[in-house]
Design a protein around this ligand. Structure first.
Ligand SMILES: CC(C)(COP(=O)(O)OP(=O)(O)OC[C@H]1O[C@@H](n2cnc3c(N)ncnc32)[C@H](O)[C@@H]1OP(=O)(O)O)[C@@H](O)C(=O)NCCC(=O)NCCS
Length: 174
């Protein structure tokens, strides 16, 4: 695996991010306009992972409102999965949350998406309920996941263990 870096997403990245969106969700995906709107929104933060050739391999987006963060988007290019990239993006997200005194992080995920659910459980997110027929394309339910208070020792210790297990030689943060 080559050296990769986590960087802020900018409007120049949207075409490439959109291409990954289309690849992953051919039927139902965000428009380019949605990404431009998100990047212009002060509540939102978006990051990408780029390789040495500046190709985008993965991205994440989240909102921070008062003491809560909401993850709106997370995707890793199919050719670059199981390389800790999603974990690197969650680490960046959670570090930002600590900087901004956020207490809880939440998200919705498709009930059938065991890869993502397993990723979030690794970071101690828990399922706290369901939004029935949430996804318009197939009527699938969304699982609502929440962290406990991220300042609690159990969350922090687990987070630091994951952080220490990431290959820092390969992943750098701007
Ligand atoms: C879910 C997704 C983001 C994971 O990205 P990734 O970079 O491959 O994940 P990582 O290599 O960082 O893996 C982190 C953890 O995720 C879980 N995981 C990821 N892929 C998995 C798989 N195929 N099977 C089981 N668990 C998996 C594991 O818990 C893994 O930890 P481990 O390596 O200690 O077992 C990626 O599969 C993806 O982009 N899927 C499509 C988009 C999506 O579902 N986004 C989430 C929307 S809420």
């Amino acid at each position: 695996m080559e050296q990769v870096k986590v960087v802020k997403m900018t409007p120049k990245d949207v075409d490439e991010v959109f291409h990954i969106e289309e690849l992953i969700h051919p039927k139902h995906h965000w428009s380019k306009e949605s990404f431009y709107n998100e990047l212009a929104n002060n509540l939102a933060s978006y990051y990408c992972i780029k390789n040495e050739k500046n190709k985008i391999l993965a991205y994440i987006g989240f909102w921070q409102i008062i003491e809560e963060a909401h993850i709106t988007s997370l995707a890793v290019h199919p050719d670059f999965r199981r390389m800790q990239l999603a974990q690197a993006l969650l680490i960046k997200t959670i570090d930002d949350c600590y900087k901004n005194m956020i207490k809880y992080i939440t998200l919705e995920v498709r009930e059938s998406n065991f890869e993502a659910i397993s990723l979030y459980e690794k970071f101690l997110f828990e399922s706290i309920g369901m939004r029935k027929n949430y996804y318009q394309d197939n009527g699938e339910n969304a699982v609502i996941m929440f962290t406990q208070n991220i300042w609690y020792d159990t969350f922090k210790n687990n987070f630091n263990n994951i952080k220490n297990s990431i290959n820092k030689v390969l992943v750098s943060y701007d």
